[in-house]
Design a binder for this molecule. Structure first.
Ligand SMILES: Nc1ncnc2c1ncn2[C@@H]1O[C@H](COP(=O)(O)OP(=O)(O)OP(=O)(O)O)[C@@H](O)[C@H]1O
Length: 262
């Protein structure tokens, strides 16, 4: 029998809207003496869609690398849920405890259909034949249907992923991430290269997703961030420069000084 959920020994506690799910506290990462993250502290709540912005080199990717276990900080703590210390865990364990990351470039299985891609993403082990010829349960099928609905690809369930548009491939990859039951999703520049219609739809998908997850989006597209109207965290030289609504960020003196030289 196939196992849907990754049960593990890490207890992240109760998931409730508005309750903190991630705490990054005093994190510093140095590369040859240069501090890519410098005493970085912020937190994310369950049910929240947060945008992280900042100029090139501000530390956005390094921050995601720390949360996902790819980079170890020199100082600070990173806590998931009530008390899971992510700094003690390796990358696969962090993924298993419920943190999913989507990189910019989609990596869908080109020769498989939308449905099959989601089915494959659900498995621990991506051996095609084993997966495609084994029967999935009704519950698993429901989860795939629900995910296709959320990412707007229900009508294209039988379409090969290779012929989907760029935007549709990105949504499929978000769907593949959802199939692994993450609680927190880190999404890197989701609207890069998309048409205006695709950008709108991506905003809708991420907003819907944030209702029952926590979603952190790293993005450069200010129009997009404004359109999804979420809370924004501005990084600068590895620390939080400002945090709040897009409007408050635009009127923030420190932000204006750094970005507009005022
Ligand atoms: N492995 C590394 N070795 C040395 N320096 C690094 C390494 N990784 C990142 N840096 C440096 O740390 C700083 C922060 O980089 P990071 O990639 O986190 O920024 P970013 O905000 O994601 O930028 P971008 O918007 O360009 O992706 C940069 O100055 C970068 O050159």
């Amino acid at each position: 029998m196939l196992v849907l959920d990754h049960e593990n020994s890490h207890n992240i506690g109760e998931l409730k809207k508005g309750k903190r799910i991630l705490l990054v506290d005093g994190v510093t990462v140095s590369f040859d003496g240069f501090k890519a993250l410098n005493n970085l502290s912020f937190s994310i709540n369950y049910g929240e869609l947060r945008c992280i912005i900042g100029a090139n080199g501000a530390g956005k990717s390094t921050m995601m690398d720390v949360v996902t276990g790819k980079t170890r900080p020199d100082e600070g703590t990173v806590t998931f849920g009530d008390a899971v210390n992510l700094l003690e865990m390796d990358e696969p364990s962090i993924a298993e405890v419920g943190i999913g990351r989507k990189f910019q470039k989609p990596t869908v299985f080109q020769n498989n259909t939308v449905f099959e891609n989601l089915e494959l993403a659900m498995q621990d082990d991506k051996r095609f034949f084993k997966t495609l010829f084994s029967k999935i349960s009704g519950e698993q099928k429901d989860k795939i249907e629900e995910t296709m609905q959320l990412i707007g690809l229900k009508e294209l369930y039988n379409q090969e992923a290779g012929i989907l548009s760029h935007g549709q491939k990105q949504w499929l990859e978000i769907g593949m991430l959802i199939m692994q039951n993450p609680k927190l999703l880190l999404v890197d520049e989701p609207v890069a290269g998309m048409t205006p219609q695709e950008v709108d739809k991506t905003g809708q998908i991420l907003t819907d997703l944030a209702k029952e997850h926590a979603v952190v989006v790293v993005e450069h597209d200010m129009e997009f961030i404004r359109s999804i109207a979420s809370k924004v965290t501005v990084l600068h030289e590895g620390s939080v420069l400002a945090e709040g609504s897009m409007e408050s960020i635009q009127n923030n003196e420190k932000v204006r000084k750094v970005y507009l030289g005022e």
